[in-house]
Design a protein around this ligand. Structure first.
Ligand code: HEC
Ligand SMILES: [Cu+2]
Length: 353
């Protein structure tokens, strides 16, 4: 019986190890840092783990030595009673203080470095600043200096500092790109600022697509409140910005089916969704994801595969894929033909080819 319990425990640990081994992917792993911030945070993790493991090893060695060496057998005498030892007390006070200092100095130094956002607040700053807005359960990214907005997929240049203003439009969320840095809360009543840097080499290994997450329990759809980060070279980034800026009017749909889809969209969906990337649009056009470059996304609603079938599934019943999301029930039910047309239209929304 006992042996069986032991084996259960062993197999449980083996399974956990197996599951956790799946986490070691360059696009999502904190343990594969992909930029300056992630590097700093990883170094701090390593340092504190090293110190903790060191303490455990020393304590365990002393514990076992004392256990073996001073074990009593038939001896009934009472040992010599000692009240306090200056030497020992000094040792076990000074050693932890030293260990904490070793931990504190780099931690405080990194904390200030990570919070240094002077560059973004300078007038006429050259630094790239992105305003992030979190919503139940999706993300909105505005590039104020470029006058464009996009949603669900953040696009950033690699190998330079990118600065973020973080804000929430409803409840508290938290902005986290596990491989690159974070988490920082997005609040409703103040703006949190920080910077990240995306390493070019790591981005390549990750297929230029990092995973982002909401890291603050915010409701039933929280676990599905993902976003993606396209980290590309500065040249490619500039090309993307230009392509986004070039979309002036709602893009003309090509083909009969897509045009039909556009018509339906303009009737039933445009009240919530914008299809132009300009950030001069009214606030009411920003209560749902901006779909200007929806055809270039890698996911539908952040969680479904990016194809027409899933687009139709999503429009038919969003609640089934993201519980509690705010697209539910405020537009008419669509027939299969209408869904086909809508999917065709949405997938054709591209700014780059
Ligand atoms: C009441 C406002 C509202 C209406 C009307 C609406 N939507 Fe949405 N839609 C949303 C919200 C909010 C989300 C984000 C859901 C989430 O991810 O939590 C969304 C998400 C989506 C997505 C996924 C977006 C992405 O970036 O991956 C698609 C596609 C979509 N809607 C299509 C449509 C279509 C087509 C219509 C019209 C038939 C429509 N929506 C009508 C609010 C609305
Ligand atoms: Cu959340």
């Amino acid at each position: 019986m006992k042996r069986l319990a032991k084996w259960r425990l062993v197999s449980l640990f083996a399974m956990i190890a197996l599951v956790l081994s799946g986490c070691g992917k360059p696009f999502v792993s904190t343990l594969m840092p992909a930029g300056e911030v992630a590097d700093m945070q990883y170094d701090l993790m390593k340092l504190s783990t090293l110190i903790m493991v060191g303490v455990i090893i020393v304590v365990m060695i002393i514990f076992v030595l004392v256990f073996v060496r001073y074990r009593r057998k038939d001896d009934k005498t009472i040992p010599k009673q000692v009240e306090g030892s200056h030497k020992l007390e000094i040792i076990w006070t000074v050693v932890p203080i030293l260990l904490l200092l070793i931990l504190a100095v780099p931690t405080v130094a990194s904390t200030f470095k990570l919070a240094d956002v002077d560059q973004m607040d300078k007038k006429n700053t050259k630094a790239l600043v992105i305003n992030v807005r979190s919503h139940l359960y999706w993300w909105d990214f505005e590039y104020p200096s470029k006058k464009i907005v996009t949603s669900q997929e953040l696009v950033v240049p690699t190998n330079e500092k990118v600065y973020f203003n973080l804000k929430s439009m409803d409840v508290k969320h938290s902005f986290w790109i596990p491989a690159v840095g974070g988490k920082l809360d997005t609040n409703t009543d103040n703006i949190n600022k920080f910077w990240l840097e995306f390493d070019d080499k790591r981005a390549n290994e990750a297929g230029n697509l990092f995973y982002g997450k909401c890291a603050e329990l915010c409701g039933p759809g929280h676990a599905l409140m993902d976003f993606k980060v396209k980290a590309i070279s500065r040249d490619k980034f500039d090309a993307w910005v230009t392509a986004m800026q070039d979309v002036k009017e709602p893009q003309k749909a090509t083909g009969a089916l897509a045009s039909q889809g556009q018509e339906i969209f303009n009737k039933s969906c445009i009240g919530c969704h914008a299809v132009t990337p300009a950030n001069k649009m009214p606030e009411t056009a920003r209560i749902a994801p901006n779909l200007s470059n929806f055809g270039e996304r890698s996911r539908v609603a952040a969680v479904l595969d990016h194809n027409k079938k899933e687009v139709k599934n999503w429009i038919k019943n969003p609640e089934a894929y993201k519980p509690g999301n705010l697209m539910t029930g405020k537009y008419p039910e669509m027939s299969d033909e209408q869904l086909d047309a809508l999917a065709e239209y949405l997938m054709s929304l591209k700014v780059q080819e």
